[in-house]
Design a protein around this ligand. Sequence first.
Ligand SMILES: *Cc1c(COP(=O)(O)O)cnc(C)c1O
Length: 380
Amino acid sequence: MGFATDAIHGGDGNDDETGAVTPPIHLSTTFARHSVEEGRDYTYSRHNNPTREHLEKLVARLEGGSEGMAFASGMAAITAIFSTFTNGDHFVVTDNVYSGTFRALRKLQEHNGVKITFSDSSNLVAFKHSLTDETKLVFIETPTNPLLKVSDISSIAEAAHERGSLLCVDNSCLTPYLQQPLSLGADLVIHSTSKYFSGHSDTIGGVVITSNQEIAAALRSIQSVNGAVLSPFDCWLLMRGIKTLALRMNRHSENGQLIAEYLSNHPKVSKVYYPGLPSQPNSELARRQSSGSGGIVSVELEDQALAIRFLNSLKLFRLAESVGGVESMASHPYTMTFGKLSVEEKDHMGILPQLVRLSAGIEDVEDLIEDIDNAFEKAS
Ligand SMILES: *Cc1c(COP(=O)(O)O)cnc(C)c1O
């Protein structure tokens, strides 16, 4: 079956009892046994819940994995994976990694004795040199946010496996509709479902997908013991969002592409980051491993003052710390999403004060471009 069909029917959520075409939300915290001797499939909703199970099967199917695990946030999903490693293990991580992931890794390094090497995963040769025989986890994002660097998933998977390491890909920016890392050799995929996967800026969540039974069992145990599971209502909201994932991602990519092209020709813009532009490094690779570039477009303006005046002048683009909603959003990564990092850390990552990140929603692109145009006029 095609992706859009799977997104609607793939979770097998038909309610045979009532015929409801949309699955019910099972809010029950606990499930009564038939008798002391005879239990049921479900016991207590932290361990397992029918609505969560429905969602987990759906996301596993969409990513082409056998197991899905839903967590209370993207960070809960990421830290669940990290917590399966021990003292002395070595990680190699994309240097332009999501700021929350970076902060979690820094804590892991300080308190848990995990050794971490940050390296630019879009530079394949240098990145491979960072891997050693002690490397247990390679963690990449592609494209990265906000600099949209693209990394070669299948070559990195091969290099990781040669060293006996696992590869985990954060696929939040593209979703399985545009890119499927497991089919390119990755062992684990994570998503912040708070972004494109749910798509409506109304639920925080995270999922992990894998076909590795051993890792899946470890992560299920962490779900039960640490307890940061996604609530039944949030699972349902996410499933509702997933029904339109294919439609939304097509539109995000179309709008992103047109906005990136418009900005490449704008006199106030000194640099555009968008993998869908043929002039970009790795645009060829992006075309090969994904079927669209999504809605995130970053630009550098003349200086920080212009960037801030521009952002403050936007009207349709909401000034907000997120991406992936149906509504367009804009942010100043230097002071907002990366605000807690030191100047040196931001410098090292290439997050400059004049950088602006746009998240193209699914509105009419003419209106979005007019909003950008008006904001430039007001800011200049
Ligand atoms: C937002 C985000 C996260 C963290 O997810 P939360 O749901 O906010 O905890 C992780 N990775 C990427 C790429 C993100 O954009």
